[in-house]
Design a protein around this ligand. Structure first.
Ligand code: PMT
Length: 231
């Protein structure tokens, strides 16, 4: 009986909240057929969207190209480039209470997109790259009372790098994952997350399913809202 009560309480905890989640990779086109991307499968972001929806939140999922089906009951927006993801995030952020940026957004894009298909030739070819818009930094300018949650995919100095991103991007929480470790981060069904909050509190979790990691992240978000309401 006790277990059922706890379960119902957890499910009810996000009712009335509107949560925007981004997931998957972006594609930065060199010509009409070739692009720069990364191995993000979308699994972490889709798990968050699904779990938030199950707990009663109204969820919008903005996703780069993946092989996954949008979770039932979630408002789905498909995008491809960092720029299209930025435009969608900026548009939908206004109507949401929290943004969870799980997407692996490219930091650089090709300075120019070649029309048609780039022809092969004997000469060396250089590609000029320019920075993409940082979505979290931009939307944080209109943060107000909303929660901003970022992820940090690191291969070294996990905590230091994640803390810097938390500060630089004006986040409430950052979820750090050391993607150099087996079973962690891109493509796999599991993750090992470290949650860092604005006050510098650090919670480290062992390897677990992305579904379970999503539950822990959403518990933390629900807790922050609870604290805000109480204060
Ligand atoms: O999709 P999966 O296969 O399940 O893999 C999950 C994951 C590894 C993609 C996920 O757990 C993860 O770590 N996502 C963040 C990946 C990333 O781009 O991290 P970053 O450290 O480069 O970026 C920091 C934060 O800034 C991220 O929240 C990112 O979404 C955001 N960002 C990055 C670039 C940009 N132009 N705008 C941004 O807002």
């Amino acid at each position: 009986m006790e277990r059922v009560v706890q379960c119902l309480a957890a499910k009810a905890s996000l009712t009335g909240k509107r949560i925007l989640v981004t997931a998957g990779p972006t594609r930065e086109y060199i010509d009409q057929l070739r692009f720069i991307s990364n191995p993000s499968s979308g699994k972490m972001g889709y798990a968050l969207a699904q779990e938030a929806q199950k707990r009663g939140a109204e969820v919008t999922l903005i996703s780069g190209p993946t092989n996954l089906s949008p979770p039932n009951g979630v408002h789905f927006i498909g995008v491809d480039t960092a720029q299209t993801m930025y435009k969608a995030a900026a548009k939908y952020f206004k109507a949401n209470d929290a943004l969870i940026m799980t997407a692996a957004v490219a930091d650089y894009t090709s300075a120019k997109q070649i029309k048609g298909k780039l022809k092969k030739g004997p000469q060396e070819l250089s590609l000029s790259l320019v920075p993409t818009t940082d979505i979290l930094t931009q939307v944080s300018r209109n943060k107000g009372n909303k929660l901003l949650i970022g992820f940090a995919a690191e291969v070294e100095q996990l905590l230091d790098n994640a803390k810097q991103k938390l500060k630089r991007k004006n986040l409430d929480l950052i979820i750090a994952n050391d993607v150099s470790q087996p079973g962690v981060g891109f493509e796999v069904d599991t993750n090992a997350i470290t949650i860092i909050d604005k006050a510098g509190q650090i919670e480290e979790y062992p390897l677990m399913s992305k579904q379970r990691a999503a539950q822990i992240i959403l518990d933390k978000i629900a807790y922050i809202w609870e604290q805000k309401n109480a204060g």
